[in-house]
Design a protein around this ligand. Structure first.
Ligand SMILES: Nc1ncnc2c1ncn2[C@@H]1O[C@H](COP(=O)(O)OP(=O)(O)O)[C@@H](O)[C@H]1O
Ligand SMILES: [Mg+2]
Length: 256
């Protein structure tokens, strides 16, 4: 199983939209067995699959239970190959509990839990909160690859240096195999700001950049109200083509 963290310290850059659609495309177009982890207490990725529920187990239980039964926490979606570990506001208290419990490792809880289901999935996609908290550190420790969605605006690159530093710390301390696979531009518009922002990203070496950018498409907003992946909601819109291209580019980079 290959684990991919979608992460950026900023909110509203399409982390959730990207995680949901990458997971859905890997499962339905490439026929991979995919586990999507919602690692944000807002639970938006869960809501996209009707999996937001305070009565069900969630990522909070992965964080706090000793030897959690992950197969009990995983829920079905409407898609055979795609399963979800949901999140809700309980994650807030769970994170506090993890930090107060120093009797066992705090940073490896997701990684340990995932080991128990690793043979059931080809890919695990983790949608993260716009933060570096103990949940996000757990995600980085559990991941092979990091993808960074970037929405170009005046503050687009804020927090990138801090994120990179956290990735490097994780590599040094707990997960030498962690790889920053790349950034990709989301909500792309054909205007000067976007062109210059993308050019700047192309020109520097710190952050690898995917060739594919995701066009700004109103259908994406609508798809969140319909709670459907973009391919289901509007297969022919720009963003649907772009997410297909992004996943294909990612897989080519893996040698697939
Ligand atoms: N390609 C796109 N075109 C238009 N709107 C988009 C696009 N990608 C994301 N959005 C919108 O941007 C908002 C933030 O996206 P979201 O994935 O929730 O961001 P994050 O998880 O980073 O906070 C949502 O309202 C979403 O519909
Ligand atoms: Mg989100």
């Amino acid at each position: 199983m290959k684990t991919i963290s979608v992460i950026n310290l900023k909110g509203g850059v399409a982390k959730t939209i990207s995680a949901v659609n990458i997971a859905h495309i890997l499962a339905t177009v490439h026929n991979k067995r995919v586990l999507l982890i919602d690692n944000d207490k807002q639970g938006n990725a869960s809501k996209m699959f009707d999996a937001h529920n305070y009565d069900a187990l969630s990522i909070a239980d992965v964080m706090t239970e000793r030897n959690p039964d992950v197969s009990q926490i995983i829920t079905q979606t409407g898609y055979d190959n795609l399963h979800v570990i949901p999140a809700n506001m309980n994650l807030l208290r769970a994170n506090l509990k993890v930090l107060l419990d120093s009797t066992r490792p705090q940073q490896t809880r997701i990684r340990s839990a995932l080991k128990t289901v690793a043979d059931k999935y080809d890919y695990c996609i983790i949608d993260n909160a716009p933060d570096i908290n103990i949940s996000v550190i757990n995600a980085l420790v559990a991941s092979d690859d990091v993808l960074i969605p970037i929405k170009i605006d005046k503050f687009a690159f804020d927090g990138l240096a801090e994120l990179k530093e956290q990735i490097e710390n994780t590599q040094e301390e707990l997960n030498p195999d962690l790889q920053l696979r790349g950034c990709f531009v989301t909500s792309y518009q054909r205007n000067e700001v976007n062109k210059q922002g993308e050019e700047w990203l192309h020109g520097q070496k710190e952050y690898p950049l995917f060739r594919t950018h995701i066009r700004k498409t109103e259908k994406v907003d609508e798809s969140t109200f319909a709670a459907k992946p973009i391919l289901e909601y509007s297969r022919r819109c720009g963003a649907a083509y772009d997410y297909l291209a992004l996943v294909a580019e990612y897989l080519r980079g893996e040698g697939n």
